[in-house]
Design a protein. Sequence first.
Lengths: 339, 339
Amino acid sequence: MPSVTIKDVARVAQVSVATVSRALNGHGNVAEEVRNRVFAAAKELRYTPHAAARSLSSRRTQTLGVVLPDLHGEFFSELIRGIDQVARAQRLHLLVSSYHGNPEEQGAALGAMRGRVDGLLVMSPFVETPSLLGEHLEPSFPAVLINSQAGLDGTAVLGVDNYGGAVAMVEHLVAAGHRHIAFIAGPTDNFDAHERLRGYRDTLARLLPDVPARVLQGDFDEASGHRAGRDLLASSQRPDAVFAANDMMALGCLFAFAQAGVNVPADMALAGFDDIPLARYVHPALTTIRVNIAELGARAARLLIELVAGEAASESSVISTELIVRESSGTRLPPPRSP
Amino acid sequence: MPSVTIKDVARVAQVSVATVSRALNGHGNVAEEVRNRVFAAAKELRYTPHAAARSLSSRRTQTLGVVLPDLHGEFFSELIRGIDQVARAQRLHLLVSSYHGNPEEQGAALGAMRGRVDGLLVMSPFVETPSLLGEHLEPSFPAVLINSQAGLDGTAVLGVDNYGGAVAMVEHLVAAGHRHIAFIAGPTDNFDAHERLRGYRDTLARLLPDVPARVLQGDFDEASGHRAGRDLLASSQRPDAVFAANDMMALGCLFAFAQAGVNVPADMALAGFDDIPLARYVHPALTTIRVNIAELGARAARLLIELVAGEAASESSVISTELIVRESSGTRLPPPRSP
DNA sequence: CTGAAAGCGCTTACAG
DNA sequence: CTGAAAGCGCTTACAG
């Protein structure tokens, strides 16, 4: 990073720093000939404005803060990619921070963003999110929550339609002729998990009021799915189908079944949620709910940019999901892959 | 973000801003009682220092810049995770930027980091990297390249031992009894791809001097692997084994074989490179080379932090790889999974 | 269209 | 141990 400053450019171009600033920022009211001199000088010196100085005086950082619970795995990768896509289209930077699932760290991460970002994208999948955020987020500061419970104040929230996805899956399983449908739930303090469970319960009660819900506790990772699968096999009453709250648990369950010689879907149907890349590669391919994560990130970023510009009212909405029927749910497919 | 400044704290604590600064930054030479007053005031006002202002006067941003060719997929996700792990341990922030595989954008991304970061982590897997970077990176600015060709100057480079990994794989395939080993190469302008190809060629020439190398062009994605697989099947001389320069191409190849009813490894052995999560789930599980990407990111970050502190001389090194033998290479395994 | 000057919020020698 | 002041590199009314 060269330490050539606006002063150097001004000297070479023989104008004041004010004029350099105006010329470089395209402020229009600069004589053609002067502007050219400034540009030439800037180029010659390989001048790049000093971001911190600019931020300090302009009150704009040209960067968006992204505060996530973790950075690991495809979900966050896709989310960041979606955010990045729209940010760069607006020449905005991304300050990324993970709080490693630790609520305290989340507060620190939020605080550390001050003076660094023009707005905040935060994902906080805790049930107690509102109070957590209330302490660290000024209501007046542009922010949009991702996949989180609605804040107390009017903070915008963008999320996946977890409830709708779970509803669609249960409807599908029931339509495929399954009656006893067990559910492997995600962590109890996770908002996504909570919504998916709610969708399962509501739909089962609606479609098959006489069949009791059956919920096994999981925590979204493969091992817990495996455990749940074994418990199911060991129980006196095997269900017709198992709906796992996410694909990783469904895979764990699938392996448990495979080890026990239980055939999916012939002996037991299986479905997941998320449509991770693995889902279509395992055998049998996994019926699941697709969630367009990049789209979620992109929409959140767009909304935030509007908020920063003072254009939009904070409004919450939801990204719709898509049922992806593959072999594991025991439904006969028309053509292999419809576009 | 509250707009309470150091002045407010000074007023409430009844001291000068200089004292507030010293107290909050732990400069020691502040009276116990005064320090307490300052802390109390800061807490009461929920004061958070303004990062841009601090950076401007202290010449330190407490953030590391990360400039990557892309943000998509597991590799970058893992890399960022590794970097994040060490950065946060030092309370450093991460400014992440993707240049979307576009060399021009890379220059812009690099330039935009000025005044925002204390050091730069850049991955530039182009063969022409040195000249590209020379234009935008001041030699005096702390930077470490990741998985890139060595810079002209003394810039530190950290990378994966692609060459060594390819050597190990060819040795393994030969030891398993395969002679005609085809190679599906990655993009010609990609440095990783280049090194892997070199490892293949050298080792084949060394171990089986009479067998000609056979290289098909790919571009690291599944489709190109599929294409190469079909070409191989259509050719008059089928090889005994196929070594793809990365797992995605190996998977594409595997699907091409499966479609054609060619059994792996009975009819043809197959191996990849990277050990992506899918590798162990496909059937047959894929023999591949594991690369610890998070470790790569972590080591790069550590090195950069030392450079920023002026502690280390820039030195280049390489992350070793590990041969993961699974079914696809046609070797009989001892126990299923050795730890 | 252009310049001199104030100010953004901090840190850090320099005095005392 | 503490304060007054300069300065970090920019932007932006305010004059002209």
